[in-house]
Design a protein around this ligand. Sequence first.
Ligand SMILES: C[S@@+](CC[C@H](N)C(=O)[O-])C[C@H]1O[C@@H](n2cnc3c(N)ncnc32)[C@H](O)[C@@H]1O
Length: 202
Amino acid sequence: MHKLSIDNFRSLDERDIVDNPYVSRDEYRVLFDIIESNDIKNILEIGVSYGRTSRNILKNFSKIERYIGVDVDEFHSFEKIPSQVTERPSCPGEFALSLNDSRFEIFLFPNGIEDLKGFDGFFDLVIIDGDHSYSGVKKDTSFAKKLIRKNGFIFWHDYDNLAGVNKFIDEYNSSDSVVFVRGCRCCYDQIFGTVIRQSKKR
Ligand SMILES: C[S@@+](CC[C@H](N)C(=O)[O-])C[C@H]1O[C@@H](n2cnc3c(N)ncnc32)[C@H](O)[C@@H]1O
């Protein structure tokens, strides 16, 4: 795994960001740098929750054309990690929906991403932050690879934090293409693209 320091990523400066109990400012720094430095127009977030990350991205990037957020509905069974039921939002997507921004759409499905149809090869960036079990991250990654365009990015949250996420990504990383940022709980991979991309500080 390629390990980078947070200093490789542009600082957030005066960005308009609502605090998120799930995502730190350094993790936004990585995500924002990926978006800013690459041709990213269409984003999918698996596990959109209250829509804080989608709100923060849409507020700061006018170049984003579509942002699809997926979460689970009340028929979803949290059998793999029952405690994850507490994370299911009471008002899904509310922060992003409050922007009244037509670029944002939210889908709530009983089975998560496998119920999303019609977007094969469409996304430039897929954020995986839903079911954090080993099999959940594996399934979401497999769908992400179908939904993403060539040279698009997958960004996983909760690496270096949750055992199931670590186990899957360590296996997935057999070709050593994944980038991990020290001190953050996130990593990313450019699918079918060049191995590594370091960005300049702003
Ligand atoms: C840690 S929160 C995500 C935080 C969010 N990404 C953010 O940045 O604010 C996890 C979310 O994943 C959702 N979730 C759990 N299992 C899922 C699945 N199989 N598919 C999609 N979403 C799932 C939960 O309902 C919850 O909203």
